[in-house]
Design a protein around this ligand. Structure first.
Ligand code: DHE
Length: 556
């Protein structure tokens, strides 16, 4: 089975930044012409760095350094590297993919591009420049200062039910009125834009691009628009705001992949306040130069963010009540941390250590690890889904990229002690390749996508479980067929179900190629029938959708 994480799209921004980086030649290092090297470098950062790391130390993907050696606890030394693997083998892997989960690139890259990429990864990794306060201040813009912003909501939109929709390859988000299904505006954001998060008041949307550009949108304006921007780094995936009582809308935190660090900013202007590096020792006590910031969530029971560090396997509880004397609790869990969500009480945070096939559970009240739960291969929860299981009580669900199940984990240590932090059930789905699962407190359905499944019919469908009777197989709904979009040979991936504020509609993206029509298909949650198909020439590669109310209050 072959799976892809959608391809790392970091892009030209970081590629160009390498002009200022350093490159030292290895004795046996192969060479490329300057043009070929430049092209291969950009491909590496667009397609490979997300999984293998900028410095190629490996994470979800394997280590791709020219040479490496590792010493285990018993002193045994293992050596390897891309030079040892050699040009032919590397070209074959890139062309055909691997059983370990790497996608084949022969339908994305030309033969020459594959050849040059195989050579490039035998050369010493380029080291991008650092990005500190000087660079951030030079790349911080307040477009509308707080005192010139509206004092009250100047439009008639039902702000609670607006969706911020990632238009991935357009570098924009579409703000869609959830009541009328009309696009309010498309707003220019960062390159290969990734996720949106809300300020606790629900007024501001914070959007993060893979190029580190953080955009702040004011929903009170007559036509909501970007009021501040900060380029927080060269490669990023996560952003959140301060949500604890008394700190609403006060701070924003942006986590970056490169440089590996997080920055705390002012919540009204994005002015950087404090930058904290995440470089340091792994769980095994080895120095890692690139521990990237993966998911970040904001606690509502303490003035804290939960910051998940991918390569070290450590979960940081960052207390923002005193930024000058920043207190951080460091919790050891497992590698490589990726995405996750709260349980229904919002006391426990569950995060996927995807390459270890584990879910780590943090008790944010006590500030410690509650459990490490073994699961099937490559859990990928998104934010997960919370519901009351008829037999086991409160559970949190995650899908898997690497297995054909949805895992249910008990989350109630008080009233369902025997089930707490245990896998209580695995719901069967028709294949691997899940990215997101979703339900809502008012719903009796669990919606599951399988966009990374190689079968067209599966990747173009949603699978819906009845929460009243989980013994029933999920209903398959072929979204592509129902959408009315023209048939195409290429797969239109169904991705990221998201509820509206009332919890009676499910919105899902039909993610086609950049030059083909895509759409958002809206289902009635009760009847599971299509209500509306949102199509528009601006609807280019829609992926994540973030409903204001549900994102603001962490409802999932
Ligand atoms: Fe994401 C969440 C990282 C590829 C859509 N993705 C996350 C989070 C991380 C992450 C760390 C958690 C953020 C948080 O909660 O603070 N994603 C990565 C990658 O490193 C990866 C694998 C490769 C890359 O180079 O970017 C990757 N992600 C993708 C895609 O290809 C997806 C499917 C389409 C897209 O828009 O890029 C994608 N990721 C998403 C979405 C979420 C997300 C929609 C938020 C889910 C939610 O419901 O909150």
């Amino acid at each position: 089975m072959k799976i892809t994480l959608g391809g790392s799209v970091l892009g030209l921004a970081i590629g160009a930044a390498f002009a200022a980086g350093s490159t030292v030649a290895f004795a046996q290092e192969p060479t490329l012409s300057p043009d070929a090297k430049e092209q291969a470098k950009n491909i590496y950062f667009q397609r490979c760095a997300g999984c293998h790391g900028v410095l190629r130390k490996g994470a979800t993907g394997k280590n791709l350094e020219p040479t490496w050696s590792r010493t285990d606890k018993d002193g045994k030394v293992t050596e390897g590297g891309t030079i040892k693997l050699g040009q032919d083998r590397l070209e074959k892997i890139i062309t055909l993919g691997t059983d370990g989960g790497m996608v084949n690139f022969d339908d994305i890259l030309s033969k020459d591009e594959i050849k040059n990429l195989a050579t490039y990864i035998q050369m010493k990794p380029d080291v991008p420049p650092e990005w500190g306060m000087k660079e951030m201040m030079a790349n911080w813009k307040v477009i509308v200062p707080p005192d010139q912003r509206p004092k009250k909501q100047m439009n008639k939109y039902n702000l609670n039910n607006i969706f911020s929709v990632t238009l991935r390859d357009a570098g924009k988000v579409a703000l869609i009125d959830g009541d009328t299904k009309q696009i309010i505006s498309t707003v220019k954001t960062g390159y290969a834009v990734h996720i949106s998060r809300l300020s606790y008041s629900g007024r501001y949307i914070y959007v993060i691009g893979r190029d580190g550009l953080t955009s702040m949108i004011d929903l009170w304006m007559e036509k909501p628009a970007v009021v501040a921007e900060l380029k927080a780094g060269l490669d990023a995936r996560s952003v959140d705001s301060s949500k604890f009582k008394g700190y609403e809308d006060k701070y924003v935190i942006v986590g970056t992949y490169w440089p590996p660090q997080y920055v705390v900013t002012d919540g009204e202007t994005l002015k950087p306040i404090k930058i904290v590096s995440t470089r340091g020792m792994t769980l095994e006590g080895e120095y890692h130069p690139e521990p990237r910031v993966a998911s970040i969530v904001s606690s509502q029971i303490k003035p804290e963010w939960v910051v998940n560090i991918k390569e070290t396997g450590q979960i940081l509880l960052v207390d923002y009540s005193d930024i000058k004397n920043l207190k951080t609790t460091t919790i050891d869990s497992a590698k490589f941390l990726h995405d996750g969500g709260w349980d229904s009480t919002k006391r426990y945070f569950l995060v996927a250590a995807n390459a270890s096939n584990k879910i780590a559970v943090v008790d944010t009240k006590e500030g410690k690890l509650a459990a490490l739960v073994d699961t099937k291969k490559i859990p990928h929860p998104g934010r997960g889904a919370n519901f009351n299981h008829p037999k086991f009580g409160p559970v949190w669900a995650t899908g898997h990229l690497g297995d054909a199940v949805v895992t249910l984990i008990g989350t109630d240590p008080e009233k369902h002690k025997d089930q707490a932090w245990k896998v209580v059930e695995e719901l069967k789905v028709p294949g691997a390749g899940n990215l997101f699962v979703k339900t809502h407190p008012k719903s009796k359905n669990l919606w599951v996508d399988l966009p990374q499944n190689p079968e067209k019919d599966i990747a173009e469908s949603l699978f819906v479980f009845d929460l009243n009777d989980l013994s029933k197989a999920p209903e398959q709904i072929n979204v592509a067929k129902l959408s009315g979009l023209p048939e195409s040979k290429a797969i239109k991936r169904v991705v990221h179900p998201e509820y509206n504020a009332a919890g009676d509609e499910v919105w899902v993206s039909l993610w086609a190629g950049k030059t083909e029509p895509s759409a958002i298909v809206v289902f009635d949650d009760k009847t599971r029938k299509v209500k509306t198909v949102i199509k528009d020439p601006e609807m280019i590669t829609p992926t994540g959708k973030f409903n204001v109310n549900n994102t603001q209050h962490d409802i999932y």
